[in-house]
Design a protein around this ligand. Structure first.
Ligand SMILES: [Cu+2]
Length: 300
C-alpha cells in the first residue's frame, strides 16, 4: 500500500519533518463556511433591521437623494465584499503560514500577473463607477443644467454667519430687489415638487449647508457665491445643520427646512412677505450689506 495517507500533497510535507502530528489545516471550504458565510449572513440580517430603525441612512426625500443612495450602496457592497475577502485571506494566510518547527522561509519577488490583475480590476471598477454617476453629478452640480423659472424653479439666497442661517426669499412677485423680498432666520421654506435654486454666501468663515434628507451638503466660502439646487418630493419638517466646524458655537448652527404643499407655500410666502424683516440691505455698515441682491450673481 502506498504511504500517502494524506490527502493533498502540500500537507504531506508537514509530516516529513519531526513527529507526525494531526493537523487540520484550513481549506477554502472551511474558510467559506466558518468565516465568510457567517459574516455575510450577519450583515444581510442586520442591514434591513438597521435600515428600519433609521440607523443606516436618513429618509431620502428627493430623486437626487435616491440616486446618491443607490451609488452609496453599490460602493458599500463592493468595498465591503473586498474588505471581508482581503481581511479573511490575510487571517487565513497568517494561520496557514504560521511558524512551524522545521519550516523554511521562502523568498518570493511577487507575482507580476496577479499584481496586474489586482490593479486593473479596481481601476476598471473606478472608471465604471465614474461613468455610472456622471450624469447625476453634472445634473446636480453644473450651473448650466440648473432648472430655471421656466421649469417652475424658485430662488432662495442663503447667507451663513456665525452662528445662524439667513434665508432670503423673493416674495410673491418672484423678483429680487423688490419691496416684498424678505428674510427668515433659520427657516428654509420651500414648496414640494418644485426645484429650488440656492445662491449661497458666507459673511465670516467657511460654513457648510447640510440637509441630510436631500443628501445635500455644500460649503459656503467667504467671497464666493455658490449655487446649488434640489427638489423635495415629500412635505414635512426636516433638519438643517452646519457641517463645518465654524467656531465655538458651531453646535448651535441649526435650522429647519419646511417642505410645504405648493398652495400652502404660496400662502405662507405671501404672509411672511407682509411682515417687515427690518433689514436695511443698502446699509454699508450692516453685515447685511454682504447680501444685497446685487451681491448675488443672478444667472437666471
Ligand atoms: Cu457654521
Amino acid at each position: 500500500m502506498s504511504n500517502r495517507t494524506n490527502k493533498g500533497g502540500c500537507h504531506a510535507a508537514m509530516n516529513e519533518v519531526g513527529a507526525p502530528k494531526e493537523i487540520h489545516p484550513m481549506n477554502w471550504r472551511r474558510l467559506g463556511t466558518k468565516c465568510v458565510l457567517p459574516v455575510l449572513a450577519f450583515l444581510s440580517l442586520c442591514t434591513p433591521a438597521m435600515a428600519e430603525r433609521g440607523l443606516l441612512l436618513p429618509e431620502a426625500i428627493s430623486e437626487h437623494a435616491e440616486r446618491i443612495d443607490e451609488l452609496f450602496w453599490i460602493i458599500f457592497w463592493l468595498t465591503g465584499i473586498v474588505f471581508v475577502g482581503t481581511e479573511g485571506l490575510l487571517l487565513y494566510f497568517i494561520f496557514k503560514y504560521r511558524a512551524k518547527e522545521g519550516g523554511k522561509a521562502h523568498y518570493t519577488h511577487g507575482n507580476y500577473k496577479v499584481e496586474v490583475i489586482w490593479t486593473a480590476i479596481p481601476a476598471f471598477i473606478l472608471i465604471a463607477l465614474a461613468a455610472f454617476q456622471f450624469n447625476t453629478w453634472t445634473e446636480i452640480k453644473d450651473p448650466e443644467k440648473f432648472p430655471t423659472a421656466d421649469d417652475g424653479a424658485i430662488q432662495v439666497h442663503v447667507l451663513a454667519q456665525q452662528f445662524s442661517w439667513n434665508f432670503r426669499y423673493q416674495g410673491p412677485d418672484g423678483e429680487w430687489g423688490t419691496d416684498d423680498d424678505f428674510t427668515v432666520e433659520n427657516q428654509l421654506i420651500v414648496p414640494k415638487d418644485r426645484p429650488v435654486v440656492l445662491q449661497m454666501r458666507s459673511i465670516d468663515v467657511i460654513h457648510s449647508l447640510f440637509m441630510p434628507v436631500l443628501r445635500f451638503k455644500q460649503d459656503l466660502v467667504p467671497g464666493l457665491t455658490i449655487t446649488g439646487w434640489f427638489e423635495a418630493n415629500k412635505a414635512g419638517t426636516y433638519e438643517i445643520a452646519c457641517a463645518e466646524l465654524c467656531g465655538a458655537s458651531h453646535y448651535l448652527m441649526r435650522a429647519e427646512m419646511q417642505v410645504l404643499e405648493p398652495d400652502e407655500w404660496d400662502q405662507k410666502i405671501a404672509a411672511l412677505s407682509k411682515e417687515k424683516d427690518g433689514i436695511d440691505y443698502e446699509s454699508p455698515t450692516q453685515n447685511f450689506r454682504f447680501w444685497r441682491p446685487s451681491e448675488f450673481e443672478q444667472k437666471k
